[in-house]
Ligand binder design. Sequence first.
Ligand SMILES: Cc1cc2nc3c(=O)[nH]c(=O)nc-3n(C[C@H](O)[C@H](O)[C@H](O)COP(=O)(O)O)c2cc1C
Length: 378
Amino acid sequence: MADRSVTFTGIRFENPFLLSSAPPTESENNILRAFDAGWGGVVVKTIGLHPVVNVVGARTKFFRTSADDNYVSMKKRPGAALHGSWNWELISDKALEWWVPRIRRIKQAHPTKVVIASIMAGSGNDKELRAWQTLAEGCQDAGADGLELNFSCPHMDRKDMGSNIGKDTVLCSTVTEAVKGVAKVPVWTKLTPATQDIVEEAGACFRGGADAIVSSNTFPSLPLIDPETLEFEINVDGLVSSGGLGGPAILPMSLANMARMTNAFPDRAFSAIGGVSDFGQALSYFLLGAGTVQVCTAAMLDSAIGPNVIKRLNAGLDAFLEANAAKGWTTVEDFRGARRDRVVLQSQIRRPEGDAYKGGYEPVEGYAAPETAEVVTS
Ligand SMILES: Cc1cc2nc3c(=O)[nH]c(=O)nc-3n(C[C@H](O)[C@H](O)[C@H](O)COP(=O)(O)O)c2cc1C
């Protein structure tokens, strides 16, 4: 009998699919709707202690592209398909005191669903490290099943916050250790992809005591400049700052990061994020070794909390387990990591032998037809 449930960092999930920390989890109402729709868990929109004021106007827009020209643009065009999301939204603008009673009520209403509290503070001094502990204690006392440390928000100017922590191995260890000092529930750390080698930061988090790595947040990016107006497609008073790219555009890059980390730490827990809207994409992450999968962009575009997305994910998992029952696969754990060892060094990939190698002169898609070299005789 197929069983969707997983146990991840000691927490039981009725299915391995979560809404990630983002607009789908920014309110009590959204989270209750998400649980009714079937999500196994949610990561609450990141909570901080400092005041938050977002930019004027839209905080998220969507890139679309068309088959005719492959042009990626935020402009709405008939028939264009989703390419990615772009946002410059900050963490929750609601205070810890606003969230605490809501987390408590949500857990009381849905004791078998999982609520992970995402938290964020600075890291420049002891007062900031204490702020992480205050947030951790407040959320776990309200009933949160786990904590996700936001080392990944790409919009922070402060050098000791958000993705600037996730780019610094010392800060990754220090903050994780500070939170682990007070945590009674599992601690996950959410990393930024904007780093030289994410394996380094993952290792630093594990050294600090992290129970799982979450990978990842959005990729640093800019909107395009409109060729006619010469203005950025999203701007305030003509100005823009680096924002975060999510959705289908980041899926292959996030898969690469996941493979790097699961190969470096095969016995550790990983929660995957990036471009998931259907089971096929989630499956790639499971096969590379992730134990749970989180979703943002696809859910935002599906009634704000993804009722159809979670239906597809659950149905896809059921069908996959049924199709592979003969292999003895009855849970995600049975096939998790089954393709992790297929990601190897380039030098380990087979080359054609002898005459079979055409030296790159065989025309293939994306390359010009070979030209005969002109022989200069004089
Ligand atoms: C509008 C918006 C707001 C977000 N806010 C947060 C946040 O507060 N905390 C966080 O950890 N990630 C935040 N994220 C990142 C998402 O949780 C997720 O990591 C990212 O969008 C990649 O997943 P996707 O490809 O499914 O969109 C936000 C993303 C978007 C689009």
